[in-house]
Design a protein around this ligand. Structure first.
Ligand code: MF3
Ligand code: CO
Ligand code: CO
Length: 264
């Protein structure tokens, strides 16, 4: 993915616009969550998301987003079981009891992108699947808690990797978090693995995603000929959670929450 070098620092006004887009993104996931049931197709979820997004005055950033082979053809990413990320919704893909599925949404509201994802249970997944999902969400929060001015990008990945591997899982290398604001994917890149103390220093006003993809087996990923669908090389399960955050004076402000904190 093409990345600019310079990391934009957002003003307070711009961060509030990011929060509006981010809140809408979180509300969209809240809207979809009860619809994630055995028997529904991922295309039905996509179409519900597209309609909801339009009704709320926003645009779906994934729809038509350029890729290496073809533009992304749908409005959300639906990544089921061994699909690591960028799963394409399809009428042929019917959710089954025991599946896990990440839904990744990115509405554009007022020119800013709100990028967030969660992994949902379909019916009653296995204990291993449940553990993977729980550990992956905790990995995301450990990464977020590593954020503050003066900390380094490597601190985020180091915190995530240490916990994921201690739980017997692996961290995907081929996809990383990213700067996001008026541009969907820009500097900095945020690996979910790495070494504490390494990498660029975080500064107040940076806005980026933390979106670890954690695998039950090896971290290796394959991308299908469609240029998008990424799946685990060993076809074992993968999970992901994502928030968009802003670096504040003393930590991280999570912009993709459905209910935002009242500003002090
Ligand atoms: N929302 C994804 C991310 O977290 C990107 C999806 S690009 C798409 O970065 F084109 F597949 F939608
Ligand atoms: Co995303
Ligand atoms: Co993202």
């Amino acid at each position: 993915m093409e990345q600019q070098e310079v990391i934009t620092l957002l003003s307070r006004r711009e961060i509030e616009k990011m929060r509006q887009a981010g809140r809408l993104a979180a509300q969209l996931l809240d809207y979809l969550e009860p619809r994630v049931q055995p028997g529904i197709s991922t295309l039905e979820l996509n179409d519900a998301a597209e309609e909801w997004t339009q009704q709320h005055g926003a645009k779906s950033a994934p729809l038509g987003y350029p890729g290496a082979v073809d533009p992304f053809p749908k409005s959300i990413c639906t990544s089921v079981n061994e699909v690591v990320c960028h799963g394409i919704p399809s009428a042929d893909q019917i959710l089954r009891d025991g599946d896990i599925m990440n839904i990744d949404v990115t509405p554009i509201l007022g020119g800013f992108h709100g990028d967030t994802s969660r992994t949902f249970f379909v019916g009653d997944p296995s204990p291993l699947a449940r553990k993977l999902v729980k550990v992956t969400e905790e990995c995301m929060w450990l990464g977020i808690r590593a954020v503050k001015p003066g900390a380094r990008i490597g601190d985020i990945g180091a915190a995530i990797q240490a916990y994921a591997e201690a739980e017997g899982f692996s961290v995907v290398r081929d996809f990383v978090g990213h700067g996001v604001h008026r541009i969907f994917h820009t500097a900095p890149q945020i690996p979910h693995y790495g070494t504490a103390g390494k990498g660029k220093k975080l500064r107040k006003g940076m806005v980026f995603t933390i979106e670890p993809m954690i695998n039950v087996g090896s971290h290796e990923v394959e991308v299908l000929a469609d240029g998008w669908t990424a799946l685990t090389a060993d076809r074992k399960l993968s999970a992901q959670f994502e928030h968009t955050i802003a670096v504040t004076e003393d930590g991280a402000d999570v912009l993709t929450l459905a209910e935002s904190k009242v500003p002090a």
